[in-house]
Design a protein around this ligand. Structure first.
Ligand code: NI
Length: 137
C-alpha cells in the first residue's frame, strides 16, 4: 500500500456543510475517500486534456435491421484494433443490440473511435466512459 500522508484543510463552515451533504448523498463513508476521488477526477481530467493513455468502455445500442450497419460497425472496430481490448454483444430484443467495447489507449484515439461509432446511421444511443489506465493511485 502507498504511504499515507495526513494534511489539514481550512474552509468555511457553509462550504464544509454543503460538502458533507453531497458526500452523504453519494454514500461516501468519510471525507477522506470523497476528497481522494475528487483529486483522482482532476488528475484524470488532466490526462484527458494531455491525450494520455486511458482505459474505458464505449457502450452503444443499435438497430441490427439497419442496412449494412453491422458491417460498418465491424469495419470501424477492425481499423481501431490497437486500442480495442474486447467487445461484448448482447441481443436486447427483436430489433436492438447492445454492444460494449472495452478500450485502452490514447484518449484522443478512444474519443475518435467513440465518435465514429456514434455517427453511424442506426446507432441510437452511445456513451463513452473513460478512466485512468491505472496510472492514478
Ligand atoms: Ni444482436
Amino acid at each position: 500500500m502507498a504511504d499515507i500522508v495526513r494534511f489539514g484543510i481550512s474552509l468555511e463552515n457553509e462550504l464544509l456543510a454543503n460538502f458533507d451533504t453531497l458526500i452523504k448523498r453519494r454514500r461516501y463513508s468519510n471525507r477522506s475517500e470523497a476528497i481522494r476521488d475528487l483529486i483522482r477526477q482532476e488528475l484524470l481530467k488532466k490526462d484527458l486534456e494531455e491525450y494520455r493513455d486511458v482505459a474505458g468502455a464505449i457502450t452503444f445500442i443499435y438497430d441490427h435491421h439497419q442496412r449494412n450497419l453491422l458491417n460498418k460497425i465491424i469495419d470501424v472496430q477492425h481499423d481501431c484494433q490497437d486500442i480495442i481490448q474486447s467487445s461484448q454483444h448482447i441481443h436486447l430484443d427483436h430489433h436492438n443490440c447492445l454492444e460494449i467495447v472495452a478500450v485502452k489507449g490514447n484518449s484522443r484515439k478512444v474519443s475518435k473511435l467513440s465518435d465514429m461509432l456514434k455517427a453511424l446511421k442506426g446507432v441510437k444511443h452511445s456513451s463513452l466512459s473513460m478512466s485512468s489506465a491505472g496510472r492514478i493511485k
